[in-house]
Design a protein around this ligand. Structure first.
Ligand SMILES: Nc1ncnc2c1ncn2[C@@H]1O[C@H](COP(=O)(O)OP(=O)(O)OP(=O)(O)O)[C@@H](O)[C@H]1O
Ligand SMILES: [Mg+2]
Length: 275
């Protein structure tokens, strides 16, 4: 379902330009990147390695290191420019309004801390008014919501006692802890096998329907794009080369580069009809 009645977009990126400066070397990274994200929308960003997909996500999250300098444009979230905000202001947004899921759940989870405690800690960090007991209840609720069976029991388990797919579900639970408006999901299923990948994508779709969260899904995989996104940006060398509804991109890609990406996934070239 595509959200098309939105008046003010939740997120508006306009003419974003970024460069990387290291000593005397200056490398352009993003040039003239523009797009909007509506509430409850899943926007895919696809493109080859080095295209700038993660940089776009990190710029929105305020997670770029100081060597990245903004050369043009704005990032507006909820009607306010956030690109000029201080690090503290960005940190306040992070987790609460805009959160993230990264590919590598081993980096996102502490192996020495029980899974439940990690979700609980995040709940407490994001909402200091919660009591321990409330944070615990909320953590159990989040684990249930992302499809962890018997969350009260699994709460005490450590990450290694979970499967890869379950660990990524826990990472999603942590991303949901602050009830964000946007989740930036950077290659969230790339480390998972095909069946588990499908289940995790299905979960993301359900969460969008249930909570109205918007998702920016960064991937190099057209299969993932076709599975759950409403709209797609195709990026190449730091620029958006094509942007459209997913169905339009799949049916009639205009840019040669997009055609090439599609051709790499032959099954997608067959008209899918009505699923
Ligand atoms: N820390 C860094 N220092 C220098 N250049 C960087 C740094 N991080 C990223 N870049 C450059 O920025 C460009 C965009 O990188 P980015 O990580 O956004 O690409 P990507 O599309 O996410 O690629 P991938 O699919 O491999 O994750 C690349 O050319 C990369 O070399
Ligand atoms: Mg990347």
């Amino acid at each position: 379902m595509t959200v098309e009645h939105v008046t003010t977009p939740l997120l508006r990126v306009e003419n974003l330009g970024l460069r990387h400066v290291s000593g005397s070397a200056t490398t352009p990274i993003l040039s003239d990147v523009s797009f909007e994200l509506g509430r409850g929308e899943i926007l895919g960003i696809i493109g080859e390695s080095g295209a700038g997909k993660s940089t776009v996500g990190n710029a929105i999250l305020g997670l770029l290191s100081p060597e990245f300098q903004q050369t043009s444009g704005t990032i507006e979230f909820d009607g306010k420019a956030i690109d000029g905000m201080t690090a503290d202001e960005r940190e306040t947004l992070r987790g609460r309004r805009i959160s993230a899921i990264f590919q590598d759940h081993t980096a996102s989870l502490d192996p020495l801390m029980s899974v439940g405690a990690q979700v609980e800690e995040t709940c407490l960090t994001l909402d200091s008014s919660l009591s321990r007991r409330e944070a615990r209840a909320r953590a159990i609720d989040l684990l249930a919501r992302v499809g962890i069976p018997e969350p009260e029991q699994r709460y005490r388990n450590y990450p290694h006692q979970f499967s890869g797919g379950q660990r990524q579900r826990v990472v999603i639970a942590i991303a949901l802890a602050g009830s964000p408006d946007i989740i930036i999901a950077d290659e969230p299923t790339s480390a998972l096998d095909a069946t588990v990948q499908k289940q995790v994508l299905e979960l993301l779709k359900i969460l969008v329907d249930e909570t109205g969260v918007s998702i920016i899904l960064v991937t190099h995989d057209m299969g993932v794009i076709s599975e759950i996104t409403n709209r797609v940006l195709v990026m190449r060398k730091g620029q958006v080369v094509e942007a459209d509804r997913t169905t339009a991109i799949l049916d009639q890609p205009r840019h040669d580069y997009t055609k090439k990406l599609l051709a790499a996934v032959p099954r997608l070239r067959i008209p899918t009809g009505t699923a």
